[in-house]
Design a protein around this ligand. Structure first.
Ligand code: FAD
Length: 453
């Protein structure tokens, strides 16, 4: 129901990924005047899409898990519940150039990178791992210390260290074990994964249409600059426009937010810990034939720069990709690393050779690869320090006009759409509650939110 002008407040949301769009929806549903600023030329952030020969395809592989309650609710709320389907998927493992199935006890018994006793220990400990962590202060226990104590040093060195390092970089062993413990249970090797017919574009188009119907002012190619408090509101420097609002919700990665806060008084009050982020380089291969039909296979010590393969057509029909099979391969790395800065064409050429070399038995040839697209993202996985539960940014400092909903706050939950949707809803709820406690000003009633400069 529309709010009276005197009650309606103006909120500017920074970032048009899933966090920003969800927060905007929650606030607009309650009748507030919401503006979303997104620096890119399309919505979705890390979950966005691109055009390929007339098909709208996901830039980065995305699937849904059965435990994604908040995301699944959002999907239903915007009317896409019937477009979601589920399919059992399998996992592989590539070690030393050899490819293994990795889906159950029989596969584990055949997994010869580990000795027989190590395989038995691996299986038993994996079944009990969640219970083994119970009651321990895992937020202050290093992943390496915990997993070595559970699995033994050889399993850590041969399998687990390469796996974690591939995602979080060289400091992976120093991260809090709580992050892994929380992850247990979301993912199993053989699991039903979900996908929305039409992919991320269908989801985003529907969500954005829903936001428009709620009156949200959606601005692409609008980069937020300095954020300033003005006493009874906030001002955002957005290039050719100065955006005034009563409240701001930032979903920007912490380093970007720190830049926006600069040396303003707000910067002193908002907790933005200096957490290193891993970025990602991701190559999407369009193939004329399938690979192993494992949705996901980590790649360890196999002469490749990429350290994982996601065969998306294990989950999605090839018709979605113009009849092609699709495999994404990825390397998580720092945004200042030589790989991240390298020309995409060179990466595509080198990774093509590396992919071909992994499948000699399938006689995979260059002619089996119809196309390769390389995408990069600078801020994906925060590499959390020990004790991060007490260091992580607060949703709100209790006083300012700025609320935070960034992926670096979802800890100990994993960085995923579901975590972002849950956080964004919580942030919107906290902001709505807080609005009630703050006396209204004349300025609050003035709409719309923009002053041209
Ligand atoms: C390779 C890969 C695979 C993944 N697979 C899955 C999966 O299978 N399932 C799953 O649930 N999740 C997956 N994720 C994680 C998921 O994509 C993220 O957790 C989620 O998208 C984070 O959303 P966000 O809105 O918090 O951040 P982002 O998506 O990063 O959104 C932030 C937005 O802010 C914008 N922005 C930045 N600076 C400014 C500025 N100054 N002004 C205005 N806007 C700005 C950015 O352009 C971006 O759109 C994957 C991610 C990657 C990279």
């Amino acid at each position: 129901m529309p709010l009276a002008e005197s009650t309606r407040q103006r909120v500017v949301v920074l970032g048009g990924g899933i966090s920003g769009l969800t927060a905007a929806r929650e606030l607009a549903t309650k009748g507030h005047a919401v503006t979303v600023l997104e620096s890119g030329d399309r919505w979705g952030g890390l979950g966005t899409w691109f055009d390929w020969n007339g098909h709208s395809l996901d830039q980065f592989y995305h699937c849904q898990m059965p435990s994604d309650d908040d995301l699944l609710q959002l999907i239903r709320d915007i009317g896409l519940g019937d477009s979601l389907y589920w399919k059992p998927t399998r996992m592989g493992f590539v070690v030393g150039g050899k490819r293994y199935a990795f889906n159950g006890p029989m596969d584990l018994l055949r997994f010869d990178p580990l000795t027989f006793p190590e395989r038995i220990r691996f299986g038993v400990v994996s079944l009990l791992l969640r219970r083994l962590g119970f009651g321990r202060d895992l937020d202050r226990t290093r992943i390496e210390d915990w997993l070595v104590s559970c699995y033994g040093r050889p399993v850590w060195e041969k399998i687990l260290r390469p796996l974690f390092t591939s995602k979080f970089g060289p400091a992976a062993g120093d991260m809090p074990a709580l992050y892994i413990w929380e992850r247990l249970g979301r993912e199993k090797n053989t699991v039903s994964r979900g996908y929305l017919r039409g992919g991320l574009r269908t989801f985003l188009d529907t969500l954005v249409e829903n936001l428009r119907s709620l009156g949200v002012d959606l601005r692409l190619e609008t980069r937020a600059g300095t954020i300033r408090e003005t006493g009874d509101g906030v001002e955002i420097d957005a290039g050719s426009a100065l955006i005034e609002a009563d409240w701001c919700v930032s979903t920007l990665p912490l380093p970007v937010l720190r830049n926006c806060l600069g040396d303003t008084p707000l910067a002193q009050r908002i907790r933005t810990p200096d957490v290193p982020y891993q970025g990602v380089v991701n190559a999407m291969f369009f193939l004329r034939r399938p690979l192993d039909n494992y949705y996901w296979a980590p790649v360890v010590d196999s002469g490749t720069e990429f350290d994982g393969i996601v065969e998306m057509t294990e989950l999605v029909e090839t018709s979605h990709y113009g009849g092609h099979h699709v495999a994404y391969v990825m390397k998580y790395c720092d945004r200042s690393s030589p790989l991240f800065l390298e020309d995409p064409g060179q990466i595509a050429a080198r990774w093509t050779q590396q992919l071909l070399a992994l499948y000699p038995d399938l006689n995979l040839q260059a002619s089996d690869i119809a196309d390769v697209r390389v995408f990069k993202a600078p801020f994906v996985e925060p590499a959390y320090p020990l004790g991060y539960s007490e260091l992580k940014p607060l949703i709100h400092d209790g006083e300012s006009r700025l609320f935070l909903a960034t992926s670096a706050q979802v800890y100990p939950k994993i960085t995923a759409w579901n975590s972002s949707v849950r956080l964004a809803k919580e942030v919107a709820r906290r902001l709505l509650d807080h609005m009630e406690t703050v006396p209204r000003t004349k300025r609050t009633a003035r709409l719309p939110a923009t002053v041209q400069v």
